[in-house]
Write a protein that binds this ligand. Sequence first.
Ligand code: DX5
Ligand code: ZN
Length: 213
Amino acid sequence: MSKILIAPSILSADFSKLGQEIKDVEKCGADWIHIDVMDGHFVPNITIGPVVVKSIRPVTKLPLDVHLMIKEPQKYVESFVKAGADIITFHIEADGDPKETIRLIKYFKKKVGVSVRPKTDASKLQGILPMVDMILVMTVEPGFGGQAFMGDCLPKIEEIRKIFKKDIEVDGGVNEMTAQEVIVKGANVIVAGTSIFGTKNYAEAIKKIRGGI
Ligand code: DX5
Ligand code: ZN
């Protein structure tokens, strides 16, 4: 299995010193920076837009992993590309033809991911798997950080891993314990918000989530 990648979700960072928080997790071993974009329509919360992504871009060398929890992803792909996103993930449940959104992200030569909500069946991804670089399996209802991990999503990770050889990212309620459960099922990219930014020692938290002692 490939190396386990850790993508701290800045949703749980201290936004009054966001640049420093990002530098700190980079120094402490993070592999990607996970950025949760919410529009108040697809999910009941509003967070970050392209302007914030643009201001983050010069702060870190790490790939910016942009998770679009928005109703109309196609409309905003170009703005996030221009702002400096490296990986763009949108939801299969969002509006528009997913194949067109995938083609658009690829047109800009960015890595493309597709995400599924906890209640969405893996079969909904049929047909698009050969087109994408990553599948993002949500293990909480998208919208907020700090929610409890939904263990009933574990079989879905395993089901996707059987037929998909590229990156499988898991997002929501992942801590040092639940990380091991998702890794066993075949996930190789771990998003973690509270279990990193909610601790005092980011290096130790990242190491534990990755599976170190
Ligand atoms: C939830 C977001 C997650 C969230 C993770 O909608 O997509 O990325 O910030 O936060 P934790 O790790 O605290 O569940
Ligand atoms: Zn996310």
